[in-house]
Design a protein. Sequence first.
Length: 342
Amino acid sequence: MQQLISQIEEYKKEMAAAQAADAKEAEAFRIKYLGTKGVVKAIMGEMRNVAADQRKEAGQLLNEFKQYAEARFEELKAGVSGDAEQTAAIDLSLPGDPIPLGGRHPITLMRNRIVSIFQRLGFAVAEGPEIEDDWHNFGALNLPEHHPARDMQDTFYIQQNPDWVLRTHTSSVQIREMEKGKLPIRMLMPGRVYRNETVSARSHCFFHQVEGLYIDENVSFADLKQTLYFFVKEMYGKDVKVRFRPSYFPFTEPSAEMDVTCFICGGSGCNICKKTGWVEILGCGMVHPNVLQNCNIDPNKYTGFAFGMGIERPALLKYGINDIRLFSENDLRFLKQFTHAV
């Protein structure tokens, strides 16, 4: 009995001196003293060696020892929990961590800029599907089947149904607007288009366009030129030089291409302007009478003009970029430069 008492006193001294710096050390204390193979369990096993007349006293002593061990464990655990709570506490008076802000993509910035200029002239915005049927992408635009002008555009056809394509221009949206029969029409058609072209510094297999359409009575080529002069002056400044060159598009007659001086090289020649000092920014012309008839619009009463431009090329000029591939590579070092661009 006396030996049992001495053992209990020694263990109590150990437990009293025990410290726990964290939850792991507190758990180690529990396993050592209160676990299934711990000290308390082993001391309880000594009851079999106690004389019968002393077992009542020994039982009380062992129960007190067990309660002491449990109480000491709770103290250690509470101390660790208190430290953890104190460490994890949030000081709400401190300023929050700054959240980095993203920015709009340069193509989006340019699209919005172009749209805002033409909206000041009364143009509204229309959009359409990127997968188009042959009629809206070609046929209604005066390009019947086997027409040689179809070779001007390298088209992505849908494998399951060759009558459907990835649209090669947003002119298909012009057809959809004209088919509605709500005249006059003064609309912009921005969107992504696809062509099977070799990817280089100047071209890509997908890019973005903004096309415009104005149909009303007595619309002339002079109206077209003044509209585009206004756009170029607002976009590039009043000192920019402009030239129109005769061209051919099956859906306009007469047709023209519009060039501006290259802002990358200042007109001295570079890879963007093909060493000419000029950059073509859009094609334009008077809507072909056949296109009007295909959309049930009387060409004897109504005339109109249309124009279309890629968004990438004006963005190249506006921001001084010399490679169109940068727009689609998602390089944050490039994109972060436009966080505050307008």
